[in-house]
Design a protein around this ligand. Structure first.
Ligand code: NZQ
Ligand code: ZN
Length: 398
């Protein structure tokens, strides 16, 4: 196991009705003048926003609303949010929504006290200070409610990039699984895929002797395999929603990834798809992650075979562990298909002829990137091509 530091300062407030205490927690964490940030309307339609506002009123906390965050959030609303916060002397940002709203809130939080362009933080600069951010989570997916990450798209150039800092880890996150019951099945499945991908990006590692984090990863994956079909069949199943919601947080605070080298290439390769086609991040991952697995599994067949046995319940083929490794990837694909996820470029609405552009935007030039397997531009191109080829995916196993 590698040396590590783990810092996860967020106060998680979990359970039914917890959104009614939003005002109490804002006050507890020092907020007096709040930017209330939300998305395209689901929080209004469900009545959630009104409940949060009432709870702020009860604590005499003033607030300014900024809605309209779109999935795959863009820079233009971030600039607007920064402007509003400066004008109104906002001291706290409360995000009511999913990963997109939370990430937009985090971008605003870094941008307000910064004299330069907030986009610098998405080009590897580290912030020195940020406004405090907190969340009322409405979808189990990105894990942004517990992470120090934010992903924003620069609309004009179609670049989707991430920023990371402990300064933007939420002060608190309110998590009521009931709020996720209004999610359409497709969004639920996209979220589940993202959660599983966050674990796989950590699971496939070159670091040895990491039994504790291997087992934690497997626990999250097994939970998702059990609970996702339950909520697809019955969207109001509170217990299944609750297990998925906490799995989504555990998957991405990094508690399952400490002390081990990680590999985030599937995410990077996917981000180019959601930047170009504005598809859901989880759907893009359903297309890319198995294609990445196909491309890299021979690097460590036994690690893939371990996942196949422990997570997917495959029988170990001791003479040819490669068969077991591949069977695990096939079962992953079958699972994704069973929850309604796309498996190919075509199903996602992506186009083969855009592959050179996708690779160029990925932006590694002649270099290589990755943890488990370092990939060149031409490797990434091949992964996109595997994701195009239906003959690889439509095997008799599916
Ligand atoms: O905008 P509204 O109307 O709220 O609708 C949203 C949106 O259309 C809807 N929705 C959310 N909660 C709902 C609901 N609809 C009905 N009932 C509810 N309770 O769902 C749609 C998707 O929402 P979004 O916030 O985009 O989903 P998600 O949480 O998957 O976030 C995706 C973004 O997070 C980034 C992704 O790249 C993508 O931009 N990521 C952020 C990470 C992080 N900050 O740590 C890590 C991830 O790997 C990921 O890259
Ligand atoms: Zn993700």
């Amino acid at each position: 196991m590698n040396t590590f530091q783990f810092y996860s300062p967020t106060e998680f407030v979990f359970g039914k009705g917890t959104e009614n205490k939003a005002g109490y927690y804002v006050k507890k964490h020092g907020g007096t003048n709040v930017l209330l940030h939300y998305g395209g309307g689901s929080a209004i339609r469900s009545g959630l926003l009104d409940r949060v506002k009432k709870s702020l009123d009860e604590e005499n906390i003033v607030y300014t609303e900024l809605g309209g965050v779109q999935p795959n959030p863009i820079d233009t609303l971030v600039y607007k949010g920064i402007e509003i916060c400066r004008q109104k002397k906002i001291d706290f940002i409360l995000a009511v929504g999913g990963g997109s709203v939370i990430d937009s809130a985090k971008a605003i939080a870094m941008g307000v006290p910064y004299e330069g362009d907030f986009w610098d933080f998405y080009c590897d600069k580290s912030p020195q200070v940020a406004l405090p951010v907190a969340t009322v989570l409405t979808i189990a997916a990105a894990g942004s409610e517990g992470s120090g990450d934010s992903v924003i798209t620069k609309a004009e150039v179609g670049l989707k990039r991430g920023a990371g800092s402990d300064l933007i880890r939420p002060k608190f996150s309110i998590m009521n699984p009931e709020l996720t019951c209004t999610l359409p099945a497709y969004q639920t499945a996209c979220g589940a895929t993202d959660i599983m991908a966050h674990v796989f990006e950590r699971y496939f590692t070159n670091t040895t002797e990491v039994e504790i984090t291997d087992r934690l990863c497997e626990a999250v994956l097994l939970t998702m395999i059990k609970e996702t079909p339950r909520v697809i069949a019955d969207p109001t199943n509170y217990e299944a929603r609750a297990n998925i919601m906490w799995a989504g947080t555990v998957a991405h605070t990094n508690i399952v990834g400490v002390g081990r080298e990680q590999d985030w290439n599937s995410h990077g390769i996917e981000h180019e798809l959601s930047a170009l086609y504005d598809c859901a991040h989880g759907a893009g991952l359903a297309v890319i992650m198995p294609a990445w697995m196909e491309f890299v599994y021979k690097h460590n067949v036994l690690r893939f075979a371990q996942a196949a046995v422990r997570v997917w319940g495959c029988q170990m083929d001791f003479e040819q562990p490669e068969n077991t490794a591949r069977e695990g990837i096939i079962r992953f694909r079958s699972f994704l298909k069973s929850i309604g996820m796309p498996l190919t470029f075509a199903e996602l609405g992506a186009r083969e002829e855009d592959i050179p552009q996708l690779v160029e935007k990925f932006g590694i030039g002649n270099g290589k990137t990755g943890g488990f397997v370092k990939l060149s531009g031409s490797d990434i191109e091949q992964i996109y091509r595997i994701a195009v080829k239906p003959e690889l995916i439509n095997t008799p196993h599916l």
